[in-house]
Write a protein that binds this ligand. Structure first.
Ligand code: OGA
Ligand code: ZN
Length: 377
């Protein structure tokens, strides 16, 4: 464990030199705001309000006390704070900001097909062990895709394994949604037609983070599945076709739900590719079926369509895409805002086909994984 070797006061921050030579700067307002007494011990919410002190607050006295804590007597509010060096080191934003960002995403292309078992996990392993659950969540987070094998095939039985993670994300399609060929379909998924690679519900402000397609029966001819890593394709464009990438990142497209059963008009503008604060990939918005009549500036329309055309072609390119067939008891699980999915047409007269679909928010996958890695590994 690191200890503090030297402390010195500057105009707006304390500088700390650690025993391993690392240096930290801790801003006074930040320190006051993060005094360990600032939080309620039960709710863990901050009860202290930084607005109650002036922006000029600073240490009247500071020292490393006999308990090894950084002790600060503040210039106002008659308050003394005691900081554990371990906490300061773990939360040091000087060190954090020096570290190079490492992406959690492992891109894949059609080579994944040669290694398909690596993304498969047994249903009961997830139900019976935290290790199994962690493995599933890690596949979902890092690769964006996993196939749960040997699940039961009773209707709604997907709830049990999903509740190992968290509650589901509800939509008007209900949970589970029934992916089955129906008369007068309100969605092209509910036909026997082929579905080009797409994401679900891109017209939401926040489309579901993850999707789970639980195969109950797949006896019809056709109806084979496809999947493609949209982040890998976006990364290819970032490396090789910068102008196209720039257009896809910067120009908002328009998506709209046209479901005739709805007494609601839902639509949303978002670029095809969006990035995080670290310039990593955040999400992909791509769905030929539900992209609305675009309304970008006329000077941009040609450039936007050409970029969309290129992106769409790559999103169906066999160099990137994997093809497989779901069998009863498989749960095709994937990051809905990264991995696009599709299926070939099927012949409804040749046999029955029935999938049940569920959504979960991304927060639930990430939050559960973080928790389990900390407390169960
Ligand atoms: C869907 C979908 C794929 C399939 O329901 O969103 O894409 O294999 N289904 O039927
Ligand atoms: Zn879909």
């Amino acid at each position: 464990m690191n200890s503090i070797s030297k402390i010195s006061k500057n105009s707006t921050y304390l500088q700390i030199i650690w025993n391993d030579g690392e240096e930290s700067k801790f801003n006074y307002m930040w320190l006051r705001d993060n005094c360990p007494t600032a939080h309620d011990k039960d709710s863990r919410h901050r009860m202290f309000n930084i607005l109650e002190v002036s922006k000029d607050i600073n240490p009247k006295k500071y020292s490393l006390n006999d308990d090894g804590k950084l002790e600060i007597e503040w210039s106002e509010g008659e308050h003394t704070s005691y900081y554990d060096p371990k906490w300061l080191r773990e939360n040091c934003y000087t060190i954090k900001n020096k570290q190079k960002y490492k992406s959690p995403y492992q891109f894949w292309d059609n080579n994944l097909k040669n290694n398909f078992e690596s993304i498969c996990i047994d249903h009961d392993e997830v139900i019976d062990s935290d290790e199994g659950l962690i493995k599933w969540l890690e596949l979902l987070h890092h690769k964006g895709i996993a196939i749960v094998k040997n699940s039961p095939t009773e209707k709604k039985s997907g709830f049990k394994i999903l509740h190992r993670i968290s509650h589901v994300r509800e939509t008007f399609f209900k949970t589970p949604f029934e992916v089955i060929n129906i008369p007068k379909p309100n969605n092209s998924a509910y036909t026997a037609h082929a579905l080009r690679n797409h994401m679900d519900l891109p017209w939401f402000e926040l489309p579901p983070g993850y999707q789970f397609l639980h195969c109950l029966v797949n006896d019809a001819n056709g109806g084979d599945s496809s999947a493609i890593d949209g982040f890998a394709v976006a990364d290819y464009l970032r490396q090789n076709e910068k102008d196209i990438f720039e257009t896809l990142v910067s120009v908002p497209l328009k998506f709209r739900d046209k479901d005739y059963t709805q007494e609601s008009h839902r639509s949303y503008h978002a670029p095809a590719i969006s990035l995080t604060k670290d310039k990593d990939f955040h999400d992909i918005r791509f769905s030929v079926a539900t992209m609305d009549a675009l309304d970008c500036h006329p000077d941009q329309m040609d450039k936007v369509y050409k970029a969309h055309h290129r992106f769409g072609n790559l999103l169906h390119d066999d160099r990137f895409q994997i093809k497989f067939r779901l069998g009863p008891g498989d749960i095709f699980s994937f990051n809905n805002r990264r991995v696009l999915h599709g299926r070939t047409a099927f012949d409804p007269n040749s046999g029955h086909r029935h999938l049940q679909g569920y959504y979960l928010d991304r927060d639930e996958i990430l939050g559960r994984l973080e928790y389990l890695k900390k407390y169960k590994l």
